[in-house]
Write a protein that binds this ligand. Structure first.
Ligand code: ATP
Length: 754
């Protein structure tokens, strides 16, 4: 694994020819990646071509290989599919086809190639690289190219990006398209759940994934399904009876519907396929219940890319362009992917080999090996899903060993809070604890609004925004601590989980630091990060931020569309307080020209330069300019002020509109990612509290996702890890994406920056 991301040479592309193509099955986000590669390479001074229709375009040449300019990849960021087309090319599999392909590249002075596709496309790419010198020698022999041409291009330098909804590449976190596919699947499961619940019906949903259960497992968690069947972890003999018993118990515990998610490639331990129709027949026979099958099919590949598939693919495209332009003749081919909050390069051959090992292991019946290749968090989520979906066989214990865990929400509202509470309640019950819901945040705790929650009480909470337990921003003042302590004692709360944002952390810190005076606070305390602002210490991402980003990006799409046939600048204001996460990532995913962050500060001179650049750009024929402003970037240079300034300086060339997105950003049902994150963090939280209670320990912690792994830190470290004045972590990984935005913005804007 090679960490890449520190790019400094701005003239890296000078005199170099690069081409990009998409191949294999299409995936949402491919357009963002193409745009990322093209604009970065142009920005670095390279000559850039797009190859249309995948490898077939390389073989056929002609108009299928087109030189691109900055504007040629405008207005594609929000589109599904791939605007340069994809193909499964038989010709390219033959040496004769690859000979033609090499000739077409050499004709145009191209010896650097970025391919966005699945493992097949990437192994084809590596083969092409290995054969390159031989292909060119043969072309010289055939008088197709000159010796000088061959000498000028002694090697093919390559980079691969994985475009595949399956998320099946071993070694990186997410493939391009997987998150959008999850959006499609989870939307469908939510829709099915409401109709299924009305009729008390069962549904079997078939999800794509021949060798990879990622989409099925994650959508089953995010959609709150009852049972999931995936290729890597086939069920043991007798699964039919166990599945039906579980569905039956679920109904008895309060479910009104049953949903079983089945991966396309699901099978039993003998390797016999398990189809959606078989599952339907089993449920009908054993439960005598009306059961329907829904095969989601190609819907999963379609539609608009999610916010993640836009910003992450843009970042990957940016990194791939740098990688391929800095490669030399002996650089090994790399796949560029994301690992946690980092862009990494994995040797291409190794990544493809390990990816292909998974289906082999499944075929050999080595399921443990297949699971291990998928990685630790996949295995962890299989266990979490089982614990969450299995209704308890026993009533909660109310004996002396039973512990009582309270859950409350504090801070600002974040979508996914319900999901986290549901997971905590069910997993707590599963471990034999009594789970207590505290209504209305810390004021509710003070007033004793505590009641026991059953497994069935949290049914349906996976999918809903808001916070059913209620929420308050209030950090309890000192004079209320006594009452809160009394309430904790009266409700006999042995441990407390606080799910929320900055104020939740602040309040928990207060309880922890006042332990000496109030022994009631001397219990295990735990914060779970939930804030759309994504400003909490100890976690790269907080629950709710991804949903808010999706709202921002959808809003920006609409705002941009509304400007059809006008010349308009939009100034869009996002939330985030003093943390610029939503503004920067929303700006990248929404295709903004400029983003104003509190972290960078804002001067009048800068604004004046932007106004002048804009006037020039619109004068040159530009139709749209999008600026995103973080709500707290400046006290005086408000969104309204910016809009008025730009309008004043427009010279009548364009008009300006402002859009303050406001509380829309806190609403809506949680995105699949937020549901998965909420479930994962709550599961880790319950594990931690469980361990603390069993050991008689009384730690106070916050949990979080750090570089793809769930970690915990003592609440005491909040002070060191945070900028307390601006209420944000001292280290913010996403600031590394500022140059990505700059590379995507128009040459006019770049001229300004330079
Ligand atoms: P998906 O995961 O969506 O199936 P993929 O990239 O794995 O995508 P493939 O059909 O395997 O899809 O490959 C796409 C194209 O890549 C092929 O049609 C072919 O042109 C090229 N390709 C694949 N494997 C090779 C190979 N071994 N040699 C040369 N070209 C190949």
């Amino acid at each position: 694994l090679i960490d890449i991301g520190d790019f400094t040479d701005d003239a890296l592309g000078a005199g170099k020819g690069l081409a990009v193509l998409t191949s294999g099955g299409d995936a949402q986000g491919m357009n963002a990646a193409v745009r990322g590669v093209v604009r970065t390479a142009l920005h670095l001074g390279a000559e850039v071509h797009a190859v249309y229709e995948g490898y077939q375009g390389l073989v056929d040449g002609g108009d299928l290989i087109k030189r691109l300019d900055w504007d040629d990849v405008a207005r594609i960021l929000h589109r599904g599919g791939t605007m340069i087309g994809t193909f499964r090319s038989k010709d390219f599999r033959e040496r004769e086809g690859r000979l033609k392909a090499a000739a077409h590249l050499v004709d145009r002075g191209i010896d650097r190639l970025v391919v966005i596709g699945g493992d097949g496309s990437l192994s084809g790419l590596d083969l092409f690289r290995q054969e390159w010198a031989g292909l060119l020698a043969e072309l010289v022999e055939r008088d197709r190219i000159t010796v000088e041409q061959a000498d000028a291009h002694p090697a093919l330098m390559i980079a691969g990006l994985v475009g595949s909804i399956d998320n099946d590449l071993v070694g990186t976190d997410m493939t391009i398209g997987a998150d959008s596919a999850l959006h499609r699947i989870v939307e469908a499961i939510d829709a099915l759940a409401s109709t299924a619940a009305s009729h008390q019906r069962s549904f079997v949903v078939e999800v794509m994934g021949r060798h990879c259960g990622y989409l099925t497992l994650m959508s089953a968690i995010a959609g709150g399904c009852d049972y999931a069947l995936i290729p890597e972890n086939p069920p043991a003999d007798g699964w039919q009876d166990r599945m039906c018993a579980e569905l039956r118990r679920g109904r008895a515990a309060g479910r009104r519907d049953s949903i079983v998610a089945v991966a396309e490639g699901a099978q039993d331990r003998e390797g016999r396929p398990i189809t959606a129709d078989m599952v339907r027949a089993i449920i009908e026979e054993q439960l005598h219940e009306d059961t329907r099958v829904t095969i989601l099919g190609h819907v999963q590949r379609g539609g608009r890319p999610s916010a993640y598939d836009r910003w992450a693919s843009t970042w990957l495209g940016y990194a791939a362009a740098h990688e391929v332009l800095s490669a030399t003749a002996d650089t090994e081919g790399k796949v560029i992917g994301l690992r946690g909050d980092r862009v990494v390069a994995v040797p291409l051959v190794q990544a493809v080999e390990r990816t292909r090992e998974v289906p082999q292991r499944i075929e050999e019946g080595d399921y443990a090996g297949a699971m291990a290749l998928r990685g630790g968090s996949f295995t962890e989520m299989v266990r979490v899903f089982r614990d969450l979906s299995e209704p308890p066989t026993v009533e909660p214990r109310h004996d002396a060993t039973a512990r009582r865990i309270g859950i409350l929400h504090a801070g600002g509202l974040a979508p996914g809070m319900n999901t986290a509470a549901r997971a905590a309640v069910r997993l707590g019950i599963e471990r034999g604890h009594t789970m207590l819901g505290i209504r209305g945040g810390f004021p509710g705790l003070r007033d004793g609004h505590v009641r026991e929650l059953s497994w069935g009480d949290v049914e349906g909470w996976t999918a809903t925004g808001g916070a059913d337990l209620g929420i308050r921003r209030t950090v309890p003042p000192m004079e209320q601590l006594y009452a809160i302590g009394r309430s904790l004692e009266r409700a006999e709360i042995d441990a407390l989980m606080v799910i929320g944002g900055w104020n939740a952390y602040q309040a928990t810190w207060t309880l922890w630091s006042e332990r000496e005076r109030y022994p009631a606070f001397d219990i295990p305390l735990l914060c779970v990060p939930a804030s759309i602002d994504n400003n909490l210490p100890g976690s790269d991402l907080a629950i709710g931020a991804d949903t808010a980003l999706n709202v921002i990006v959808e809003s920006i799409d609409r705002i941009k569309q509304s400007a059809a046939a006008t010349r308009r600048c939009f100034v869009v204001e996002t939330m985030g307080r003093h943390c610029g996460f939503l503004a920067l990532m929303g700006g990248i995913a929404g295709g903004a020209e400029r983003v104003y962050l509190h972290e960078d500060g804002l001067s009048l001179q800068e604004l004046a330069e932007d106004a002048a650049t804009m006037a020039r750009a619109f004068g040159d024929g530009r139709e749209l300019w999008l600026a995103v402003r973080n709500e707290c970037v400046s006290e005086n240079y408000s969104t309204h002020f910016l809009a008025q300034l730009f309008a004043q300086e427009s010279g009548g060339r364009f008009d300006v509109r402002e859009a303050v997105l406001g509380h829309l950003q806190q609403g809506g049902d949680p995105s699949p990612f937020d549901r998965i994150l909420a479930t994962r963090l709550a599961a880790h939280g319950i594990d931690l509290l469980d361990r603390e209670l069993a050991a008689g320990a009384r730690g106070a912690h916050y949990v979080g996702l750090v570089e793809g792994t769930v970690t915990q830190s003592p609440i005491a470290s909040m002070r060191e890890e945070s900028d307390l004045v601006h209420r944000r972590p001292r280290h913010q990984w996403w600031l590394a994406l500022r140059p990505v935005l700059a590379a995507m913005s128009s040459p006019d804007a770049q001229a300004r920056v330079e």
